[in-house]
Design a protein around this ligand. Structure first.
Ligand code: NI
Length: 433
């Protein structure tokens, strides 16, 4: 089918997509008829370019706030589609606004662009060419999917009212690029009515979609503790205060917060991952430094954690005759999907992939994601696309030097994002309640 023919067909679809009298969302979707076929065709035709882009980004990974080449590629691609890119947002971020044929809602889609300081071991022909860096969290795929979505929607811009905001965000991995993008106004002018993002997910089998109705990922906080005892010779412990013994007691005592002082059905992680102390095998350590992470889903539980932890630190320091420094840093908030938006994602993905391919996720993950900041401002949802093998077969996890995925998930991602946008902009939200 030629492009002109496709566009003519899409013009007809727009009539049915725009019937605001229809309250049942399923009837407004492109549905099983010709329009769904049209979208499939458009998506399939973009795939060679989407895969080329993914491989190019994969070969040239960049760390957070350093995504200059990746950002430039996003900006160039948007410009080639007639979508004027705004660049340099939060240093390397890029935003494109695609306007439909008239005023309407604005839906935002977000992809994260940064890679990780992990040397790649996959042996792929398009492996990282940057020593020590790798796209091991699938962000190369996220960017390629979002650009593919822009390619398809730019061809359909005369068929919908409203706007689509494409957000290419830097520094998701621990630096909080989302927070800076929001501070620089990416959710304003025009204001965003709904926002969606996806993450490739090895724990789901290939092509399976997962969406949480509510809490999806954990808040990521950091705790830093220093215990100051009194050093001395190991032969005279009674003249010293051993920071290693006190810190060891503290590590165990902190675990009792999880087991004894918080609701056992409320998920949380409290883990010390960094413990430094001591200088010589025959000297009593005067200093111990502990660093750890606290991960919670419930904002109320999160808010009491600093107090619970400091009480343990204070008690143990006092009993050991030591002094302490305590620092609790609130990091990413929990990712909490809007229930209605999550239901919307589930409906839309079920309609194009079949209900058996879409799972409502009942268990949140204790990883963190700075998409949480957008969800604090705007209703939306993050959903997951499975990159795993068949159930029971193992695959490499995110942040692993062998992480990889079948590139057919890019097609599923583009198809899903395109459908989400069209449905979001054409759906009669009020009447479908
Ligand atoms: Ni990630």
């Amino acid at each position: 089918m030629s492009e002109d023919a496709l566009l003519r067909v899409s013009g007809k679809i727009s009539e049915s997509l725009h019937n605001d009298n229809l309250s049942a969302p399923a009837t407004m979707r492109s549905g099983p008829g010709i329009s769904s076929q049209l979208l499939d065709d458009l998506v399939n035709r973009t795939m060679p370019e989407v895969i080329r882009i993914r491989r190019q980004i994969h070969s040239h990974p960049e760390l957070g706030f350093e995504e200059r080449q990746t950002g430039a590629l996003c900006a160039e691609t948007l410009a080639s589609l007639g979508v004027e890119p705004m660049t340099g947002i939060a240093r390397t971020g890029v935003v494109g606004l695609l306007r439909g044929r008239g005023d309407g809602r604005t839906v935002a889609l977000r992809a994260d662009m940064d890679a990780l300081p992990i040397p790649e071991d996959t042996g792929l022909e398009f492996s990282s060419r940057v020593p020590g860096l790798m796209h091991a969290c699938g962000h190369d795929g996220h960017v390629a999917i979002l650009l593919g979505t822009a390619m398809v929607l730019s061809k359909l811009r005369d068929t919908f009212e409203g706007s689509v905001k494409f957000i290419f965000q830097p520094a998701e991995e621990s630096l909080g690029g989302a927070r800076e993008m929001i501070a620089q106004g990416v959710l304003d002018s025009p204001p965003v009515d709904g926002i969606f993002a996806l993450h490739l997910w090895p724990d789901l089998s290939h092509g399976q979609i997962g969406v949480h109705h509510g809490p999806a990922m954990a808040a990521l906080d950091k705790v830093s503790i220093t215990l100051r005892g009194r050093g001395g010779h190991v032969a005279t412990p009674h003249k010293s205060s051993d920071a290693i013994v006190a810190a060891s007691q503290l590590v165990l005592a902190l675990q009792a917060i999880v087991s004894k002082e918080t609701d056992p059905v409320e998920p949380m992680v409290l883990s010390i991952g960094d413990f430094k102390a001591g200088r010589a095998y025959n000297a009593i350590a005067d200093l111990a430094e502990l660093k750890g992470t606290v991960r919670t889903l419930d904002p109320a539980l999160r808010s009491v954690m600093p107090g619970l932890i400091e009480r343990k630190v204070k008690g143990i320091a006092e009993s050991a005759g030591a002094e302490y420094d305590f620092e609790y840093t609130f990091g990413y908030p929990p990712v909490i999907n809007d229930a209605r938006m999550a239901e919307f994602v589930r409906d839309v993905c079920s309609s194009i992939l079949g209900p058996d391919k879409v799972a409502t996720m009942t268990k949140p993950s204790m990883v963190g994601e700075d998409f949480a900041y957008y969800l604090e401002k705007v209703p939306g949802a993050m959903f997951l696309i499975g990159t795993g093998k068949a159930p029971g077969e193992s695959t490499y996890p995110l942040h692993h030097s062998l992480f990889g995925f079948d590139e057919d998930v890019l097609r599923i991602g583009v198809r899903g994002m395109v459908e989400l946008v069209i449905d979001f902009l054409t759906r009669s939200w009020h009447s479908s309640g």
